[in-house]
Design a binder for this molecule. Structure first.
Ligand SMILES: [Zn+2]
Ligand SMILES: [Zn+2]
Length: 310
């Protein structure tokens, strides 16, 4: 059994994360428009028919922008707490469902467990999603690493984890002091350093993938964050979730199963013969490092490449 996971968008301009198996999926937050959500899923070969529910982490606009339109269009239940709903998306009443912290909710063959977190919102929660022994966590908008975050992090085979800002960049950056203090004050966002400490101190041995998420445009840089983690990844694949485009669909499996499995629906022209040189050149130019490029090749082809820069 496996869980398919992708970030459709990640950052203060919109968050939407897809987690599911071959029959059922949930969206954690829909902070991009309904149309953009559909477009990006379609591009990845994912179907809205598989999506059975939306879970809302908190009421900030970058997490709810497309919730009501998408839910209404597809008649999807929206799991949201009462306090979040008061300030959150306008929903048709019958679509709103409640959840409570640490009480698992079953959606088809998936089990979603919410837990409370520290963030300056009415009633913020994060979630783990489990299916037949595989667990994925979606932990963004976290002011600090509380014991709940640690507890659930330790259960995960893959985690979408906030790495919002570099402390030096925030300190020296353009934000006014009150905003800097809001971000780093314990109810804002997690720094690269805080996220790295969580990863290094509490990573379970079966954590195969870590997505760095909700990166600040002004106070962080994808390559900076990736390098910081990659140096100490010890076998865990590090992926930066973009503010501008979806990640590939990653398939998370149990330990001992093949670590790199590819959703072949993504890559119809799978054969290397179809990699026209122009696409490779463009991809190489866009990706920041040789290792990024190798991951790109691997995810496109399903084949492992030798550990050298092509
Ligand atoms: Zn956010
Ligand atoms: Zn927020």
């Amino acid at each position: 059994m496996a869980l398919h996971i992708t970030s459709l968008n990640s950052g203060s301009n919109g968050n939407c994360y897809y987690v599911g198996n071959t029959t059922d999926a949930v969206l954690i937050d829909v902070g991009i428009s309904c149309r953009e959500t559909e477009k990006r899923m379609n591009k990845l070969g994912l179907s809205m028919n598989t999506v059975k529910a939306i879970f809302v982490s908190h009421e900030h606009g970058d997490h709810i922008k497309g919730v009501s339109t998408l839910a209404n269009k597809y008649n999807l239940p929206v799991y949201i707490t009462e306090k979040t709903a008061k300030n959150g998306p306008r929903l048709i009443a019958h679509l709103a469902k409640r959840f409570a912290p640490n009480e698992p909710v079953c959606v088809g063959s998936l089990e979603i467990t919410p837990f409370a977190k520290c963030h300056d919102a009415a009633d913020p929660h994060s979630f783990i999603i489990s299916s037949q022994g595989i667990t994925v966590g979606v932990f963004t908008d976290i002011g600090n690493v509380c014991k709940e975050v640690i507890h659930y992090f330790k259960l995960c085979h893959a985690v979408i984890l906030e790495a919002n800002y570099d402390e030096v960049m925030l300190e020296n950056g353009p934000y006014p002091l009150h905003l800097k203090n809001r971000i780093r004050g314990g109810l804002g966002h997690l720094s690269n350093k805080q996220a790295l400490e969580l990863f290094l101190e509490h990573r379970p041995p079966f954590l195969s993938r870590l997505f760095l998420a909700h990166l600040s445009k002004e106070n962080n840089h994808p390559q900076l964050a990736k390098t910081l983690f990659a140096e100490k990844s010890n076998g865990t694949e590090i992926i930066v979730a973009s503010r501008y485009e979806p990640t590939e669909v990653y398939i998370v499996t149990a330990p001992g199963e093949k670590a790199l499995q590819i959703d072949r629906t993504l890559s119809k022209p799978l054969q290397l013969a179809l990699y026209e040189s122009i696409n490779l050149v463009n991809a190489r130019a866009k990706l920041a490092s040789c290792s990024d490029f190798l991951i790109y090749l691997q995810t496109k082809s399903g084949f492992l490449y030798p550990d050298k820069c092509p």
